[in-house]
Design a protein around this ligand. Structure first.
Ligand code: HEM
Length: 445
């Protein structure tokens, strides 16, 4: 879209933020929204991207006018990894697969995952000793990987966790590089970087194929998302192709563990940085589950535990960016914007708006415990997106994060190793760039 076509009401201060965006996208986008308002055009090289930070506009794009949009450039660049899975597909393919997978995430099915989540959590924490130094980002990734493979695909692949973590990091850094680089060589040019990416996808493919082959080999009946996808057939008796199944398993494998692990890693850091919150959590856990163990039913009696997770999701939303491209003209603030407009919204930025969250930089789980109706717009808090493309795994992620926080928090504390650098790395997800190295402390008693 040419600069001359930008509606005046949207212009704000014209931004040439390419360098700032590359150097520190979190600060650059937050500053753009705070200084220039809810609708800001970013000029990123030859591209014009509309950054929307007002909840009403976000609801327009994600819900009311969602038919005018498809996923934007960020996720399109992830296609060599994810293929046409739920995150990246569109139209009828997406609709059919979403309908197939949805029952696996209904309340009762998710509730039933609780026992596996707790079993795997106990197994993971059984490896820790008082005084150990552990990278909590790695520990949480290993744990949520075991949970995802066990609950979604019926095979707890603990041993593959390390390979998956490394391959996923390589793949995400590559995809991120592609999104940011304007002058790109085509995918088929075998640069060392491209070879590394392809090797990483190969490693992840091997894990996915192992999951599918194990199930195809037979064994007991399963009641999980893999069973639903494999039993799928439409009115014409057509099931999912090998490639469709590969893409959905890859998508669920990646989306189903990395985000929750990242959320928990940030949560342990926040609790270490905020001793008063940690103390209140301890009090709730010792009163709410005095004799352990934590169970799914007991979570209802642990509101502060839930509030800690909500607040960590506010400050460090693992899916820190949501990107769409319009495929038809759409309306915002009485203006018509053309097909082909790239729209960006950032939960990280939106969650730091003082109009919705007073004192936004403060870690305050208490803000989620206030009684009575809230005046906050529902799209001022969007860690799981919204509208038809709302995260399918939301109920599982929330149950899992709360259960792990309660079960691990009941027995353990973690303190950051002095001097360890903590820096968010905004890839497709918002990860701690150098991990989070913490000393493990067993709780007394
Ligand atoms: C804290 C954990 C999680 C966060 C923050 C998160 C966040 C999100 C967000 C923001 C989206 C929407 C993306 C967009 O609109 O472009 C999304 C979609 C998705 N998520 Fe999650 N997610 C989490 C956990 C999970 C889990 C546990 C699973 C699966 C077991 C999962 C599977 C998916 C899938 C398949 C989609 C695409 C849904 C569709 O378009 O139909 N996510 N997630």
């Amino acid at each position: 879209m040419g600069a001359d076509k930008i509606p005046r009401a949207f212009s704000g201060r014209r931004l040439h933020t390419m360098r700032a965006l590359n150097a520190d996208p979190l600060s650059a986008l937050t500053a753009a929204a705070q200084q220039d308002g809810d609708r800001v055009w970013l000029e990123i090289g030859p591209y014009q991207v509309l950054l929307l930070s007002g909840p009403e506009d976000i609801e327009e794009v994600l819900v009311r006018q969602n038919r005018c949009f498809i996923k934007g450039r960020t996720l399109q660049h992830a296609r060599p990894l994810l293929g046409q899975g739920l995150l990246t597909s569109e139209g009828d393919v997406w609709r059919r697969h979403r309908r197939l997978a949805q029952p696996a995430f209904h309340r009762d099915r998710v509730h039933a995952m609780g026992e596996t989540i707790l079993d795997q959590t106990m197994r993971a924490s059984g490896r820790w000793h008082d005084g150990d130094v552990r990278d909590m980002a790695e520990e949480m990734m290993r744990l949520t990987f075991a949970i995802a493979t066990d609950t979604l695909f019926g095979t707890a692949l603990d041993a593959a966790a390390q390979t998956v973590r490394e391959s996923l990091t390589t793949a995400m850094r590559h995809v991120n590089g592609r999104v940011k680089t304007l002058l790109r060589l085509p995918d088929w040019v075998p640069t060392p970087e491209m070879r590394r990416f392809q090797a990483a996808v190969g490693e992840l493919d091997a894990v996915v194929h192992h999951i599918i082959r194990t199930r195809q080999a037979g064994g007991p009946d399963h009641d999980d998302v893999l069973a639903l996808l494999m039993a799928a057939s439409d009115e014409e008796g057509r099931g999912l192709s090998e490639k469709e199944l590969r893409d959905e398993v890859m998508t669920l494998l990646i989306a189903g563990h990395e985000t929750t692990a990242t959320l928990l890693a940030w949560t342990w850091l926040l609790l270490d940085r905020h001793p008063a919150a940690r103390q209140r959590l301890d009090q709730e856990l010792s009163e709410g589950v005095p004799d352990g163990p934590v169970t799914v039913d007991r979570l209802q009696e642990l509101p502060y535990t839930g509030a800690v997770i909500s607040e960590a999701l506010r400050l460090y939303p693992p899916a820190w960016i949501i990107n769409r491209a319009s495929i038809a003209p759409f309306e915002l603030a009485s203006h018509t914007l053309p097909a082909g407009t790239q729209v960006l919204t950032s939960p990280y930025v939106v969650h730091r708006d003082p109009r919705s969250f007073p004192d936004p930089e403060a870690f305050s789980p208490e803000r989620w415990l206030q009684e009575g109706p809230t005046t906050r717009h529902p799209f001022a808090y969007i860690p799981f997106g919204g509208g038809p493309r709302l995260c399918i795994g939301r109920p599982m992620a929330l149950l899992e994060a709360r259960l792990i926080l309660a079960a691990v928090g009941h027995s353990w504390h973690f303190s950051l190793v002095p001097g360890h650098p903590v820096e968010p790395e905004p890839l497709i997800t918002l990860r701690p760039r150098h991990g989070i190295r913490m000393t493990v402390h067993a709780n007394p008693g």
